[in-house]
Design a protein around this ligand. Sequence first.
Ligand code: MG
Length: 217
Amino acid sequence: MSEQGFRIFEVEKDLIKANEELAKKIQKIFHEKNIKTFDVVGAIGAGKTAILETLVERLKQKYRLGLVTADVTTQIDADRIRRHGVKCTQINTGRECALTASLLQDVLNQIPLDEIDVLFVENVGNLICPADFIVGSDKRIVVVSITEGEHVVIKHPMLFKMSDIAVINKIDLQNVMDVYPQKMVKDALEINPSLKVVLTSAKTGEGIDELIKTLEL
Ligand code: MG
Protein backbone atom coordinates (compact mmCIF):
# COMPACT_ATOMS: atom_id res chain seq x y z
CA MET A 1 0.00 0.00 0.00
CA SER A 2 1.27 3.52 -0.86
CA GLU A 3 1.93 5.97 1.98
CA GLN A 4 -1.16 8.00 1.02
CA GLY A 5 -3.25 4.83 0.77
CA PHE A 6 -2.08 3.82 4.22
CA ARG A 7 -3.01 7.24 5.66
CA ILE A 8 -6.54 7.00 4.18
CA PHE A 9 -6.85 3.49 5.61
CA GLU A 10 -5.80 4.74 9.07
CA VAL A 11 -8.30 7.65 8.96
CA GLU A 12 -11.10 5.26 7.94
CA LYS A 13 -10.17 2.90 10.76
CA ASP A 14 -10.31 5.78 13.27
CA LEU A 15 -13.71 6.90 11.94
CA ILE A 16 -15.15 3.41 12.22
CA LYS A 17 -13.79 3.03 15.76
CA ALA A 18 -15.14 6.44 16.88
CA ASN A 19 -18.52 5.54 15.37
CA GLU A 20 -18.52 2.23 17.21
CA GLU A 21 -17.83 3.92 20.55
CA LEU A 22 -20.64 6.43 20.04
CA ALA A 23 -23.00 3.65 18.91
CA LYS A 24 -22.33 1.84 22.21
CA LYS A 25 -23.23 5.00 24.16
CA ILE A 26 -26.45 5.37 22.16
CA GLN A 27 -27.31 1.71 22.76
CA LYS A 28 -26.85 2.27 26.49
CA ILE A 29 -29.39 5.13 26.37
CA PHE A 30 -31.88 2.87 24.55
CA HIS A 31 -31.36 0.11 27.13
CA GLU A 32 -31.84 2.52 30.04
CA LYS A 33 -35.15 3.52 28.47
CA ASN A 34 -36.10 -0.15 27.91
CA ILE A 35 -36.39 0.34 24.16
CA LYS A 36 -35.83 -2.57 21.79
CA THR A 37 -34.08 -1.31 18.67
CA PHE A 38 -33.65 -2.61 15.15
CA ASP A 39 -31.87 -1.00 12.21
CA VAL A 40 -32.78 -1.91 8.67
CA VAL A 41 -30.21 -1.89 5.87
CA GLY A 42 -30.46 -2.76 2.18
CA ALA A 43 -30.42 -1.28 -1.31
CA ILE A 44 -32.81 1.34 -2.69
CA GLY A 45 -35.96 -0.47 -3.81
CA ALA A 46 -35.39 -3.66 -1.78
CA GLY A 47 -38.51 -2.88 0.24
CA LYS A 48 -37.12 -1.59 3.57
CA THR A 49 -39.84 1.01 3.98
CA ALA A 50 -42.53 -1.36 2.68
CA ILE A 51 -41.48 -3.99 5.25
CA LEU A 52 -41.52 -1.33 7.98
CA GLU A 53 -45.01 -0.23 6.89
CA THR A 54 -46.33 -3.79 7.25
CA LEU A 55 -44.60 -4.17 10.64
CA VAL A 56 -46.00 -0.84 11.85
CA GLU A 57 -49.53 -1.81 10.79
CA ARG A 58 -49.35 -5.12 12.70
CA LEU A 59 -47.46 -3.91 15.75
CA LYS A 60 -48.82 -0.43 16.45
CA GLN A 61 -51.61 -1.70 18.72
CA LYS A 62 -49.25 -3.87 20.73
CA TYR A 63 -46.27 -1.52 21.18
CA ARG A 64 -45.56 2.18 21.27
CA LEU A 65 -43.44 2.49 18.13
CA GLY A 66 -40.78 4.96 17.12
CA LEU A 67 -39.25 5.23 13.68
CA VAL A 68 -36.30 6.96 12.13
CA THR A 69 -35.77 6.95 8.38
CA ALA A 70 -32.54 8.04 6.74
CA ASP A 71 -32.20 9.18 3.19
CA VAL A 72 -29.75 11.37 1.30
CA THR A 73 -32.23 14.16 0.54
CA THR A 74 -35.95 13.30 0.66
CA GLN A 75 -38.80 12.94 3.19
CA ILE A 76 -40.59 10.25 1.15
CA ASP A 77 -40.01 7.35 3.56
CA ALA A 78 -41.00 9.32 6.66
CA ASP A 79 -44.21 10.45 4.93
CA ARG A 80 -45.04 6.81 4.07
CA ILE A 81 -44.56 5.75 7.70
CA ARG A 82 -46.51 8.72 9.11
CA ARG A 83 -49.54 7.71 7.02
CA HIS A 84 -49.89 4.79 9.45
CA GLY A 85 -50.36 7.17 12.36
CA VAL A 86 -46.90 6.60 13.82
CA LYS A 87 -44.29 9.24 14.60
CA CYS A 88 -41.27 9.16 12.33
CA THR A 89 -38.10 11.25 12.39
CA GLN A 90 -36.38 11.83 9.06
CA ILE A 91 -32.61 12.20 8.80
CA ASN A 92 -31.09 13.56 5.61
CA THR A 93 -27.52 12.35 5.38
CA GLY A 94 -26.49 14.67 2.50
CA ARG A 95 -23.22 13.37 1.07
CA GLU A 96 -23.03 10.40 3.45
CA CYS A 97 -24.01 7.03 1.97
CA ALA A 98 -24.74 5.54 5.39
CA LEU A 99 -26.37 6.57 8.60
CA THR A 100 -23.75 7.04 11.30
CA ALA A 101 -24.11 6.95 15.07
CA SER A 102 -23.32 10.66 15.12
CA LEU A 103 -26.19 11.48 12.70
CA LEU A 104 -28.53 9.41 14.86
CA GLN A 105 -27.31 11.15 18.02
CA ASP A 106 -28.15 14.51 16.40
CA VAL A 107 -31.87 13.59 16.28
CA LEU A 108 -32.15 11.70 19.59
CA ASN A 109 -33.86 14.73 21.17
CA GLN A 110 -36.57 14.52 18.46
CA ILE A 111 -37.42 10.91 19.33
CA PRO A 112 -39.86 10.56 22.27
CA LEU A 113 -37.64 8.05 24.10
CA ASP A 114 -39.87 7.95 27.19
CA GLU A 115 -42.93 7.15 25.10
CA ILE A 116 -41.75 4.25 22.93
CA ASP A 117 -41.11 0.52 23.44
CA VAL A 118 -39.65 -0.36 20.04
CA LEU A 119 -37.56 1.74 17.68
CA PHE A 120 -36.92 0.93 14.02
CA VAL A 121 -34.18 2.83 12.21
CA GLU A 122 -34.13 2.64 8.41
CA ASN A 123 -30.68 3.23 7.01
CA VAL A 124 -29.83 4.94 3.70
CA GLY A 125 -30.54 2.70 0.69
CA ASN A 126 -27.10 1.24 0.05
CA LEU A 127 -25.63 -2.26 0.27
CA ILE A 128 -22.01 -1.26 0.85
CA CYS A 129 -21.50 1.81 3.10
CA PRO A 130 -23.70 0.81 6.09
CA ALA A 131 -21.62 -2.35 6.62
CA ASP A 132 -18.92 -0.34 8.40
CA PHE A 133 -21.19 1.82 10.54
CA ILE A 134 -23.31 0.46 13.35
CA VAL A 135 -25.84 2.80 14.96
CA GLY A 136 -26.38 1.25 18.39
CA SER A 137 -29.37 -0.97 17.65
CA ASP A 138 -29.89 -4.37 19.31
CA LYS A 139 -30.41 -6.19 16.03
CA ARG A 140 -29.63 -5.38 12.43
CA ILE A 141 -31.98 -6.48 9.66
CA VAL A 142 -30.69 -6.67 6.09
CA VAL A 143 -33.36 -6.59 3.37
CA VAL A 144 -32.69 -7.80 -0.17
CA SER A 145 -35.21 -8.62 -2.85
CA ILE A 146 -35.81 -11.11 -5.64
CA THR A 147 -35.54 -8.26 -8.17
CA GLU A 148 -31.89 -7.69 -7.21
CA GLY A 149 -30.99 -11.09 -8.68
CA GLU A 150 -29.81 -14.32 -7.11
CA HIS A 151 -26.19 -13.12 -6.65
CA VAL A 152 -27.07 -10.11 -4.50
CA VAL A 153 -26.14 -11.88 -1.25
CA ILE A 154 -22.79 -13.27 -2.31
CA LYS A 155 -21.80 -9.89 -3.79
CA HIS A 156 -22.35 -8.11 -0.44
CA PRO A 157 -20.98 -10.49 2.20
CA MET A 158 -20.06 -7.80 4.74
CA LEU A 159 -23.61 -6.64 5.28
CA PHE A 160 -24.74 -10.23 5.90
CA LYS A 161 -21.86 -10.81 8.32
CA MET A 162 -22.88 -7.69 10.25
CA SER A 163 -26.60 -8.51 10.39
CA ASP A 164 -28.71 -10.70 12.69
CA ILE A 165 -31.73 -11.17 10.44
CA ALA A 166 -31.90 -11.35 6.64
CA VAL A 167 -35.16 -10.66 4.85
CA ILE A 168 -35.52 -11.82 1.26
CA ASN A 169 -38.40 -9.71 0.01
CA LYS A 170 -40.64 -9.65 -3.08
CA ILE A 171 -40.97 -13.45 -3.18
CA ASP A 172 -44.30 -12.87 -4.96
CA LEU A 173 -42.18 -11.95 -8.01
CA GLN A 174 -40.05 -15.12 -8.13
CA ASN A 175 -41.83 -16.72 -11.08
CA VAL A 176 -42.07 -13.48 -13.06
CA MET A 177 -38.37 -12.72 -12.49
CA ASP A 178 -37.31 -16.37 -12.78
CA VAL A 179 -35.19 -15.74 -9.65
CA TYR A 180 -35.68 -18.07 -6.70
CA PRO A 181 -34.66 -17.44 -3.11
CA GLN A 182 -33.00 -20.82 -2.39
CA LYS A 183 -29.50 -19.75 -3.53
CA MET A 184 -29.81 -16.47 -1.62
CA VAL A 185 -30.73 -18.35 1.57
CA LYS A 186 -27.83 -20.78 1.12
CA ASP A 187 -25.33 -17.96 0.44
CA ALA A 188 -26.56 -15.95 3.43
CA LEU A 189 -26.17 -18.91 5.80
CA GLU A 190 -22.72 -19.75 4.44
CA ILE A 191 -21.58 -16.16 5.06
CA ASN A 192 -23.17 -16.01 8.51
CA PRO A 193 -24.40 -19.33 9.98
CA SER A 194 -26.13 -17.60 12.92
CA LEU A 195 -28.23 -15.40 10.62
CA LYS A 196 -32.00 -15.89 10.71
CA VAL A 197 -33.40 -15.77 7.19
CA VAL A 198 -37.04 -14.93 6.47
CA LEU A 199 -38.74 -14.91 3.06
CA THR A 200 -41.35 -12.17 2.69
CA SER A 201 -43.60 -10.27 0.38
CA ALA A 202 -44.44 -6.88 1.83
CA LYS A 203 -47.03 -6.64 -0.95
CA THR A 204 -49.02 -9.79 -0.11
CA GLY A 205 -48.07 -9.98 3.57
CA GLU A 206 -46.52 -13.43 3.19
CA GLY A 207 -43.80 -14.10 5.78
CA ILE A 208 -44.53 -11.00 7.87
CA ASP A 209 -45.86 -13.05 10.83
CA GLU A 210 -42.70 -15.15 10.72
CA LEU A 211 -40.59 -11.98 10.62
CA ILE A 212 -42.38 -10.62 13.70
CA LYS A 213 -41.69 -13.92 15.48
CA THR A 214 -38.04 -13.76 14.43
CA LEU A 215 -37.80 -10.22 15.84
CA GLU A 216 -39.31 -11.60 19.08
CA LEU A 217 -42.03 -8.94 19.01
MG1 MG B 1 -36.92 3.38 2.10
